[in-house]
Design a binder for this molecule. Sequence first.
Ligand SMILES: [Zn+2]
Ligand SMILES: [Zn+2]
Ligand SMILES: [Zn+2]
Length: 254
Amino acid sequence: MKLTFLGTGTSTGVPSIACDCETCISEDPRDKRLRVSILIEHAGQSVLVDTSSDFRQQALRYGLKRLDAVLITHCHADHIFGLDDIRPLNFRYGALGLYANERAWVDIYRIFKYIFEPSHFGGGLPQVIPHVVEPGAPFCLAEDLIVTPLVVIHGRLPVMAYRFNNFAYATDLSEIPEQTLELMRGLDVLVLDCLRIKEHPTHLWLDKALEYIEKIKPRRAYLTHIAHDIKHERDSARLPPDVQWAYDGLIVEG
Ligand SMILES: [Zn+2]
Ligand SMILES: [Zn+2]
Ligand SMILES: [Zn+2]
């Protein structure tokens, strides 16, 4: 299993426009964060989680050559607004499976109405094959790639996290329900939301994220959806061994 962090930043990205804080002016490439997204490569499959608002730039930067499926966590702008940019992959390979829960599908049909009810001819449209995922109901993308959708709570909104064999990706959440904690047992790698040090109503903050990591006990954990409050090198000292701040371009294999 190979996991590539395509983006690790909060919804504004880091640096944040018009900010000259220590992180936003940092020259450390690990302090430059596009909007969150990961690529999972395993068993001959390339699976993208979220078409972030930076998807085009991410696909070009990391040399993305093909995709077999796209999984959506939820429909906040930072996670979905890059959907239109899957078109060059459609032109080459045809329609792409798009997986999201029922709630997210309501928003996808609304936000991207032009895809599903085209009103003019000419100009390419994204081509997607809709799949509805159910929390706790695993599906196979290949014989050796089992995906389990997991429900986590993002403020008040239930959103999807995904387990890929023994890797799990859980961004944009403030709470992990008990039944999801059960489904997160025995992980080699856990990627978890951690916006900043200070509390936040819809995201995990450092103490809360570390509390969940203690409970879930993955072999390694990576924190993502990071705001400019966090400076990679300075704030790495706050983390226990086997937990680290993710950064754009980081590859985790296992
Ligand atoms: Zn987000
Ligand atoms: Zn800043
Ligand atoms: Zn969100």
